[in-house]
Design a protein around this ligand. Structure first.
Ligand code: ADP
Length: 421
């Protein structure tokens, strides 16, 4: 290898390395343009990109001293050397532009630059031309060589990769922005709808409760059905609002000393009949004689536990078991609900606490629900400064655990489980 070839390789290596270290595309492409001019001994270089809508080429990058003059110029595909390179997807060398009518003289007029000779190669991405890379005026009025063309092609492929990275990044960024906008719209929609539904629903419940007293036995069944379903709707609206209120900082808790032992016993009693009907054994395991006391909003802790126990029974088949455990730890109380039911696939496990997330699709699922129970449980536990998480193996069962700090200021440690929510 000659000294010149070693120098060439070293310079190409430097440009390749810059690809992974230079953060912005403009700086990187400028460094490619300088390398191209230097290695092909040219006076200047430029990089054009194809404009799909206008069906012509425009300067994506030019050395700064020509920038103002030609930044808005367009190069037609027919009647220009760049257009020829783009359409034929081939390199082109012109030793004397005066003798070749493919040269587009308008750019020289705009910039005051005098083009004598040129070498250009197509910029190719996924087998398709996306632009053109050109160098102009070989030093000492020499002619461009095959070696120059090879160097330019190597640099063009680096430039194309960098431009693709930028395109991917900007697509990713706009997808993220879109997802954020949609999420905001969803939250606004939920907040407005649940607010607007609350008043008429309150009236339906109030009047139907009043009617129940009046109509007597004859229409009792119908009125009961109205009250039952209106109460269910109210529960859904409350669930939606509680997550919203927490997210917008509007939620508050009324803490006082409450017995978790008592809540566990009450909630398990309220699910006894459902469990029996389903053929699931529901058990409570507590240390004898110990009352688990915390500073908390008892009604909210009861909602959390009810949601978890309801799920455990729902997703456990006949003959299965659900165990509710409560234990005192140094600064917090730990409650877990274990079942040997369907379990949760690994890919779904990190998402089950998200609002509206359901493992099965809504259309194919056999169980009711709206994917709200766990998101409500999560916000309620976090409002108390606690933590909640899930462990599960598909087909073997699930364990949901939450920690509540005993006092208002104690800190709950990070659970060891990887699926922290
Ligand atoms: P839903 O009201 O639809 O049950 P949740 O937020 O309570 O919504 O639960 C979200 C999803 O997590 C459920 O649809 C279910 O697929 C899954 N899941 C929750 N608890 C369990 C469990 N104990 N066993 C298996 N899957 C569960």
């Amino acid at each position: 290898m000659t000294v010149d070839q070693v120098k060439l390789l070293a310079r190409l290596l430097e440009v390749t390395r810059n690809l992974s270290t230079t953060v912005d595309l403009e700086t990187y492409l400028q460094s490619i343009l300088s390398a191209a001019s230097e290695l092909t001994e040219s006076e200047t270089a430029s990089l054009m990109e194809f404009d799909e809508a206008a069906q012509d080429l425009y300067f994506k990058y030019v050395p700064w001293f020509h920038r103002d003059a030609i930044k808005d110029a367009r190069i037609p595909l027919n009647g220009s050397a760049a257009g020829w390179i783009f359409l034929h997807v081939k390199p082109l060398m012109i030793d004397d532009v005066k003798k070749d009518e493919r040269h587009y003289g308008r750019i020289d007029e705009l910039s005051g630059f005098v083009t004598r000779s040129l070498l250009g190669v197509p910029l190719i991405l996924h087998g398709r031309p996306v632009g053109v890379f050109e160098v102009f005026n070989k030093a000492n009025s020499g002619n461009y060589t095959e070696e120059d063309a090879l160097v330019l092609e190597t640099l063009a492929s680096l430039a194309a990769t960098a431009m693709q990275n930028e395109m991917l990044e900007s697509t990713m960024q706009s997808s993220q922005d879109e997802a954020r906008d949609l999420d905001r719209l969803k939250n606004e929609f939920i907040a407005i709808t649940s607010h607007e539904l609350r008043t008429p629903l309150g009236l339906i419940l109030g009047h139907s409760t009043f009617l129940r007293e009046l109509v007597g036995n004859e229409y009792e069944e119908q009125v009961e059905a109205i009250i039952r379903n209106a109460s269910k709707l109210k529960e859904i609206i409350e669930s939606l609002s509680s997550v919203d209120n927490y997210q917008t900082g509007g939620a508050s808790i009324r803490s006082r000393k409450v017995s978790i032992t008592r809540i566990i016993e009450d909630v398990s009693a309220s699910f006894r009949d459902v469990a029996i009907q389903k053929g699931v054994a529901l058990k409570v395991e507590l240390e004898r004689g110990q009352d688990l006391l915390v500073d908390a909003d008892g009604s909210k802790v009861a909602i959390v536990l009810s949601n978890l126990v309801k799920n455990a029974i729902t997703f456990t088949n006949e003959g299965g078991h659900v165990i509710i455990r409560g234990e005192q730890q140094p600064d917090f109380v730990k409650v877990s609900i274990e079942d040997d039911g369907l379990g949760i696939p690994l890919k779904d496990l990190p998402h089950v606490f998200e609002r509206f997330y359901q493992v099965e699709s809504h259309l194919t699922r056999r169980h009711g629900g709206m994917g709200l129970g766990l998101s409500v449980a999560k916000v309620m536990i976090e409002m108390h400064g606690g933590r909640i998480w899930a462990e599960s193996m598909e087909g073997l069962g699930s364990t949901f655990t939450f920690l509540l700090p005993v006092g208002k200021t104690s800190n709950v440690p990070d659970p060891v489980n990887p699926f922290v929510e």
